[in-house]
Design a protein around this ligand. Structure first.
Ligand SMILES: [Zn+2]
Length: 457
């Protein structure tokens, strides 16, 4: 009899092993999705009817939604750094975009990598490029931008994210996907009206006219007069809604490669001079076609660069509508990402961390649009929810820290005076290391508590 039952031992051992190690095991994939410039109140958590952001709402409803999450600083780079290092800006000594700083702490990506996760990132704003410190610990860091552009649309982010997911297939992975469509310019991709620049009859530049661009165009100028034609097709929906106010050419300057080259420039009468700074002139016009005339007084051709920032200006109401449309567009693209993950059987094995980096002023204070300059709630209140594998659905909590508050206060006593940090991104890393990985993902995450309390390397 005993011998007959022996055949049961291997499957029972397997079952015991399975229950021990796979029930509540850590997710195979962890997606950190950051929503740039997305106000907490821009997400519509309704999951029925004509919800504005049905994909994010469904993901939040299936998980745990923290209602009172605040950024520690409403600026993209330091805000993301707070997530990745779980430290506030004054400790990181990182206060603005553009600061290149070697941060002497382990980053979230490095810790994930150390714990067996392959790591990959797709960013959509150039202020997060690898030289600014967040690429450390990532096996793959996709920061490809179109020439002259500093942002990527959500469709372009998805294109890169899909390639990354394919590349990392079969591996445990930690993937950061950064969407930034709600950031200015407030205009989702749509009809591709063009902005074109001609030198004489030669096309120098062509791009969708809704793209805000900093252009630097090389010019070969013949002796005598050279005519430059700036042609902007105003998108029909802006004309029709009377939302268009002006075309702006900001900081326009012609710079000869040889400073001795005798160049003079004049402008067509429609270009209304708004300001001049360091020899760079800002013009507005209501016309869709404007001219610059550059006279080369020398006897030989000369090379020069024409630099300016091009923008279509609209009414405040149109900007608010544009912002809302961008949030909708971003949500629809996140829907495509999630659909792809479901189709490939990745979704069920994944946990999603979704968080904003800061909000956005839409004219409420001092008619201000944008972020960076103020700390009012609209600039600092951000969406934050966790969903997917091992996360119980339908939970709404006021505080991201929850039961870990006491622990955090003990560990990070020196920051207690900055109470907001306890409800903010500075705790994402900490939440992952102590709370989330231990309690929600079903496995301890062996960190040494080095986010806020650790010594610099
Ligand atoms: Zn940002």
């Amino acid at each position: 009899m005993k011998i007959k039952l022996l055949w049961l031992v291997p499957p029972l051992l397997f079952l015991a092993f399975f229950l021990l190690f796979f029930k509540g095991s850590a997710p195979e994939h962890i997606f950190l999705i950051t929503l740039d410039t997305t106000r907490a109140d821009a997400i519509d958590y309704a999951t029925t009817g004509n919800a504005c952001t049905p994909n994010l709402a469904a993901l939040a409803a299936a998980g745990r939604h923290y209602e009172n999450a605040y950024t520690v600083i409403p600026i993209t780079l330091p805000s993301h750094a707070a997530m990745f290092y779980s430290l506030p800006p004054h400790v990181l000594k990182l206060y603005n975009n553009g600061q290149e700083r070697a941060i002497p702490y382990p980053s979230l990506a490095e810790i994930m990598k150390k714990n067996g996760y392959a790591t990959g990132a797709v960013i959509s704003l150039s202020v997060l490029k690898r030289n600014f410190g967040l690429a450390r610990g990532f096996d793959h860091f996709l920061e490809n931008f179109k020439p002259g552009l500093w942002y990527k649309t959500a469709a372009e982010v998805n294109r890169d994210a899909f390639a990354l997911i394919d590349k990392m297939k079969g591996k445990k992975s930690f993937i950061w996907i950064h969407y930034s469509d709600p950031h200015e310019p407030y205009c989702p991709p749509g009809p591709q009206e063009r902005f074109t620049v001609f030198l004489g009859g030669t096309l120098l530049h062509s791009s969708p006219s809704i793209e805000e661009q900093v252009l630097r165009l090389p010019l070969a100028l013949k002796p005598g007069e050279n005519s430059i034609r700036l042609h902007c097709e105003i998108p029909a929906f802006l004309r029709e809604s009377r939302a268009f106010t002006a075309v702006s050419y900001a900081d326009l300057k012609i710079t000869p490669r040889d400073p001795r080259a005798p160049l003079t420039m004049s402008y067509s009468p429609d270009l209304v001079r708004r300001s001049e700074r360091y020899g760079r002139i800002t013009f507005n016009t209501k016309e869709n076609e404007s001219y610059l005339s550059i006279v080369n007084k020398g006897t030989a051709p000369c090379l020069a660069d024409l630099g300016f920032k091009f923008m279509i200006k609209t009414t405040d109401e149109a900007r608010r509508t544009g912002y809302a449309n961008e949030v909708r567009y971003m949500d629809s693209q996140i829907g495509l990402l999630l659909a792809r993950l479901k189709k490939e059987g990745i979704f069920e094995k994944s946990t999603f961390l979704v968080m904003g980096d800061h909000g956005e002023g839409l004219g409420e204070y001092n008619s201000h649009f944008g972020h960076i300059h103020y700390l009012n709630k609209i600039y600092t209140h951000v969406p934050f929810f966790i969903s997917g594998k091992n996360i119980r659905g339908g939970e709404v909590r006021a505080n991201p820290l929850g039961p870990d508050r006491r622990h955090a206060a003990q560990t990070h006593g020196r920051y207690q005076c900055h109470g907001r940090f306890f409800r903010s991104q500075a705790f994402l890393g900490d939440l992952l290391s102590r709370g989330l990985f231990r309690r929600l993902l079903g496995t301890p995450f062996p960190l040494a508590g080095h986010f806020l309390s650790g010594a610099p390397r």
